[in-house]
Design a binder for this molecule. Structure first.
Ligand SMILES: C[S@@+](CC[C@H](N)C(=O)[O-])C[C@H]1O[C@@H](n2cnc3c(N)ncnc32)[C@H](O)[C@@H]1O
Length: 295
């Protein structure tokens, strides 16, 4: 696997092309699938949203959906809250969040890919919503102040980061005390073959970079989150794996037993403690008042 910069550039290029395809009226780029199995056949991205949820959203926002779950359906969102979507893509979950938090709330989308931001802003314009803002930046360095967000959502993006501890520490920093982390992502359950982990094609397809579920729990706890819960929403079996391993050069039959049931989409919840300043390991919140820190 390449270094952080190489992974980031490959991811940016892949999702930039996906956005351009949607803007040109084509399909999306698929999360978790080789080019040959995109669209309705993609076992990871297909059928995530009910028609009633997407009614009224621009068709391009729905077409651009590259997630692996439906975080706003599972997250608790209240009127007036501020939501941040990490890796907002074409903006579907930001637009759905904006509806839920209403005009007194705000939904931010954060993405590093210019073409995705252009698509998302166009989708916002078409949807005619004002309580939405798309920010350019990296999820490893969130361009928002400490303690400024009620809920962090994300849909199939953390697996793409080469620095997951930084993403989780940043999520913790920008959440208000008591704030919720409510994220859909691909996870791995137990060990998967090293060959799969080494494939860049599978990294940009949301599979090779997926965190092992216990590791995800450990990293969340390490930055200070509590009430961590990981609930699988779709578990992939050999036939699904065939669809997303196709084109990666990996022999699915040879590793069928090793991948069967080991890769899943999951909903990951956690909470920043209400008294976050007192939490050990929460770097950004560690200094609570003049005189209480250091020697
Ligand atoms: C798989 S797509 C998911 C998009 C969207 N969440 C959805 O459900 O349709 C991944 C998105 O995350 C963005 N992304 C990936 N890594 C990122 C990073 N390190 N910082 C910011 N954005 C990133 C990509 O540009 C892309 O738009």
């Amino acid at each position: 696997m390449g270094d952080t910069g190489t992974i980031r550039e490959t991811v940016r290029e892949r999702y930039g092309q996906a956005a351009l395809r949607v803007m040109a009226g084509g399909g999306n780029g698929c999360c978790g699938a080789s080019a040959g199995s995109c669209g309705a056949d993609d076992p990871i991205t297909r059928d995530l949203y009910a028609d009633a949820e997407t009614a009224g959203l621009p068709a391009e926002a729905v077409l651009a959906s590259l997630g692996c779950g439906n975080p706003t359906a599972l997250a608790e969102l209240h009127e007036g809250e501020t939501v941040l979507d990490l890796g907002s893509g074409g903006g579907i979950d930001v637009l759905l969040s904006a509806r839920r938090v209403g005009p007194t709330g705000k939904a931010y989308g954060l993405d590093m890919t210019d073409e995705m931001l252009a698509l998302a802003r166009e989708n916002q314009r078409r949807a005619g919503v004002e309580n939405v803002e798309f920010l350019k930046g990296h999820i490893e360095q969130i361009p928002l102040p400490d303690d400024s967000v009620d809920v962090i959502i994300s849909n199939c993006v953390i697996n793409l980061s080469a620095d997951k501890p930084a993403v989780l520490a940043e999520a913790f920093r920008v959440l208000k005390p008591g704030g919720r982390f409510a994220v859909s992502d691909v996870i791995v359950r137990g060990e998967v073959p090293a060959e799969l982990r080494r494939s860049m094609e599978l990294w940009v397809g949301c599979v090779a970079g997926a965190l092992e579920e216990d590791e995800f729990r450990r990293l969340l706890a390490e930055v200070g989150f509590e009430e961590v819960d990981i609930e699988p929403t779709r578990v992939y079996h050999v036939d699904d794996a065939r669809a997303f391993l196709e084109g990666s050069g990996i022999d699915v039959d040879a590793m069928a037993a090793a991948v069967d049931g080991r890769i899943a989409s999951a909903f990951v919840r956690a909470r920043k403690p209400a008294e976050a300043a007192a939490t050990a390991g929460a770097g950004a919140a560690a200094c609570c008042a003049p005189g209480c820190c250091g020697g």
